[in-house]
Design a protein around this ligand. Structure first.
Ligand code: HEM
Ligand code: HEM
Length: 273
């Protein structure tokens, strides 16, 4: 029987996208976990953190671009069916895991991008296009929500990828079947495509809704800036009246518009001295 995509292994386009996706997500994740632990005590270290954040964001955007192309390719081609359709629970778990990964592949870079676009101060994405996103205002509360979703999306995707790799390793070591070969060389026995995985899709969608809701709930409130509150008059209502008899030009300071440009930055602040 002739070998063609959809019945034997995965086709070359999907295979290339699969490994490119894995490499870019892996690189972005590695930079992500290491960049947040970098020290920030000297100007040089702070500059290094900025570069690390920029690199992380750029890798993440590159991953998102590849993932979108991967998704289009995936929608217009048919994947090979399960090698062991009789192992129903295993097939179900593998398909649910794949769909959970698809959710994370989209939501993780997207939440990072939204976090970036809604943070007024940031390390830029290294590209010639703008840094903001249409319809996404610079807003600290919003930014913190996206930051939290980014974090939980990262953990969820990491868990799914771990299961995925354990499954692949199990097939390679215990079953010694063609599962890994189908996504590496494209070789594999005839395996007709299975039906649409409606229930796994529903489970993956529910899981992601729960992650988004949890992220929304857990997002920290922006730290109130007492200086802004003071200007807004909140402090004035409770604080004792200042002695205006000794008012000098400095006594009018509260009326003077002060520079409240408060930067929300997505990285540790530079040392203050
Ligand atoms: C698939 C791609 C991506 C992966 C695997 C990834 C992974 C991570 C990880 C592991 C962290 C550290 C944990 C955390 O504090 O959340 C992180 C943080 C961060 N990521 Fe991503 N990320 C991706 C895409 C992006 C993109 C596209 C952007 C922005 C354009 C972005 C912006 C950020 C920012 C700003 C932080 C720091 C969060 C904070 O302020 O604490 N990420 N990311
Ligand atoms: C971030 C890392 C990874 C992601 C997001 C990912 C995602 C996916 C997805 C979505 C599929 C379904 C095919 C497709 O739609 O392209 C797939 C298939 C596959 N992946 Fe991965 N993968 C990753 C890493 C790996 C690694 C490291 C291995 C091997 C150790 C691996 C082994 C496989 C195998 C064997 C298949 C075919 C499964 C089958 O035939 O049912 N993947 N992967």
């Amino acid at each position: 029987m002739p070998r063609y995509h959809g019945q034997h292994g995965y086709g070359p386009v999907i295979r290339i996208f699969h490994w490119l996706t894995a490499i870019l997500i892996g690189a972005a994740a590695l930079r992500g976990v290491t960049m947040i632990a970098l020290p920030a005590t000297t100007d040089a270290e702070v500059a290094r953190i900025f570069s690390a954040f920029s690199l992380h964001k750029t890798l993440g955007i590159a991953a998102l671009a590849v993932i979108l192309l991967h998704m289009i390719a995936r929608l217009v081609t048919r994947d090979p069916g399960p090698l062991h359709p009789e192992r129903r629970a295993e097939v179900f778990l593998a398909r649910t895991t794949q769909l959970v990964m698809w959710g994370g592949m989209i939501l993780l870079p997207l939440s990072g991008w939204l976090r970036h676009a809604s943070a007024p101060g940031f390390a830029p994405i290294l590209w010639p296009f703008g840094q903001s996103l249409p319809g996404v205002p610079a807003d600290e509360r919003l930014s913190l929500i996206f930051q939290t979703v980014h974090l939980y999306a990262g953990w969820t995707l990491a868990a799914a990828v771990a299961l995925h790799i354990i499954g692949a390793a199990r097939h390679a070591v215990l079953d010694q079947d063609a599962t890994l070969a189908r996504i590496t060389t494209g070789a594999g026995p005839y395996a007709p495509p299975a039906g649409f995985p409606m229930v796994p899709l529903g489970i993956a969608a529910l899981l992601w809704m729960a992650v988004l809701a949890y992220g929304l709930r857990q997002a920290p409130e922006p730290i109130p800036d007492p200086f802004v509150d003071f200007q807004g008059g909140a402090e004035l209502q409770t604080a004792p009246e200042p002695d205006l008899s000794a008012a000098s030009p400095a006594g009018q300071d509260a009326e003077v518009p002060l520079d409240t440009d408060q930067e929300t930055i997505d990285m540790p602040r530079p040392p203050s001295d």
